[in-house]
Ligand binder design. Structure first.
Ligand code: IMP
Length: 429
């Protein structure tokens, strides 16, 4: 009887989808709280691959209610397409409900995302082009359209008209073609009609579930260092993927989140631009990319690969007040030889206490490494910590000791079977 938030402890793509699928079967509610279809979660079950962007991975469990929380950015067209695709693969899905406070992503957001990226030139962020940044800009600017307004035709028409006029001025300023109001309104009204039955008072339902002691899983998207405040600004997303975001994006208070688990790969990846001190722009980086199939679920872009950054992971444990770690993709490091882990950064010859704050300092800092012996062979059949090669066990212990946080789960392959539960008390207990 407790609540649990699972967050990405690095720069996203830490294999959270698999973990939410594994733990989602033990929850009564699974809640997404930030971001939109910039996220990509892959779930592999009995050889079949499910790809999620907006829909919580919990939807595959028919007994579970999935919630899209108020902190989210929802593209109605993508959501409907994703639901249709998922139903084709698995006709019976769990119940889905959407918060009226979630904001809607429109085509002008996507267009502005692309125009703004082009305008940035060499300083581009490398966004997913899903319109996420421009939508959250509207939210902060207080001109966004929320799901609760979107599904009320009279209100929606009025609001959209005003916003489109305003947006078209901006689009033209950036050299784009203005959006026509009528066809946009007609197309999106159809989506609104289809989504209206899903839009209910999710906050009350969630509050009741928490008060009744039901097991609720908050599913983070992206990762800690893509957080608008705690990430490598400005190379971040525009929402709060950290554990604190679960409160902001759902209306559940901090004392009602009982456990926080951080998912981290045994190495580091990042997509898009931005600082990455442990990046391996060499053969080992390519070997990790090949062995880990490190290509984006959302954009297909090759992910940048590098050694595990423990200095960043330790900061992530603090920012998210992690009660446990989920170390994933340990199998991918098999055969790479000795393994390096970054234990700190040096800037101008001085060891930093925390992480750099500015892009210039990130670029100038140097990773300090410790080298650990690697392992080889197929370890995906390991079902307990003791089944792992001794050097892999030592690697896990090193990470835990450095971060001061124990592992709840280890993952040694993409399938849900390829999971080692180390300490169940760190989950719901
Ligand atoms: P945006 O979220 O599309 O605005 O992109 C901002 C930055 O976050 C870019 O570097 C993206 O590559 C990165 N990003 C956004 N969503 C994800 C994700 O789910 N996984 C990894 N990186 C992401």
């Amino acid at each position: 009887m407790s609540t649990l938030v699972i967050i990405g402890a690095q720069w996203g793509d830490e294999a959270k989808g698999k973990m939410v699928d594994v733990l989602g079967s033990e929850a009564e509610l699974v809640v997404r709280y930030s971001g939109g279809n910039n996220a990509g979660h892959t779930v592999i079950r009995d050889g079949e691959t499910f790809k999620f962007h907006l829909v919580p991975a919990g939807i595959l469990h028919t007994e579970v209610t999935s919630i899209l929380g108020g902190g989210m950015a929802i593209c109605p067209k993508s959501l409907l397409e994703e639901l249709e695709q998922t139903r084709k693969q698995q006709p019976e899905l769990g119940r889905l409900i959407i918060s009226p406070a979630a904001h809607v992503v429109f085509p002008y957001h996507k267009l502005l995302d692309q125009l703004e990226e082009s305008a940035r030139g060499d300083n581009k962020i490398g966004t997913t082009s899903r319109g996420i940044g421009p939508m959250y800009t509207d939210k902060v600017q207080r001109v966004g359209i929320r799901m609760g307004e979107f599904v009320r035709p009279d209100v929606f028409k009025e609001r959209l008209k005003t916003v489109v006029e305003f947006k078209n001025r901006l689009i033209q300023l950036l050299g784009g073609e203005p959006i026509e109001f009528e066809p946009l309104f007609e197309e999106y009204s159809q989506y609104a009609a289809q989504l209206a039955p899903y839009v209910v008072d999710t906050e009350s339902e969630l509050q009741d579930a928490v008060q009744a002691g039901k097991q609720v899983l908050f599913e983070g998207a992206q990762g800690t260092f893509l957080d608008l405040d705690h990430g490598t600004y400005p190379y971040v997303t525009s929402s709060h993927p950290t554990a604190g975001g679960a409160c902001l994006g759902t209306g559940v208070g901090p004392r009602d989140i009982h456990h926080a688990l951080g998912v981290a790969k045994a190495y580091t990846t990042r997509v898009g631009e931005g600082p990455f001190p442990t990046e391996l722009d060499n053969e080992i980086g390519q070997q990790i990319r090949d062995q880990g199939h490190e290509y984006g679920t959302t954009t297909g872009r090759p992910r940048r690969c590098g050694w595990l950054d423990l200095a960043a992971l330790k900061a992530s444990c603090r920012i998210n007040s992690l009660s446990g770690l989920i170390l994933t993709r340990i199998d991918v490091l098999s055969g790479v030889g000795d393994i390096k882990v970054c234990t700190g950064y040096k800037l101008n010859g001085e060891l930093l206490k925390g992480l750099p704050y500015t892009t210039a300092d990130w670029a100038a800092c140097e990773a300090v490494y410790e080298t650990l012996p690697g392992w080889s062979g197929d370890i995906s059949g390991s079902r307990s910590r003791e089944d792992l090669p001794q050097t892999a066990q030592d690697f896990v212990s090193f990470v835990e000791d450095f971060c001061g946080v124990k592992s709840a789960i280890l993952s040694v392959g993409p399938d849900r079977k390829e999971t080692i539960f180390c300490d169940r008390s760190l989950l719901w207990g």
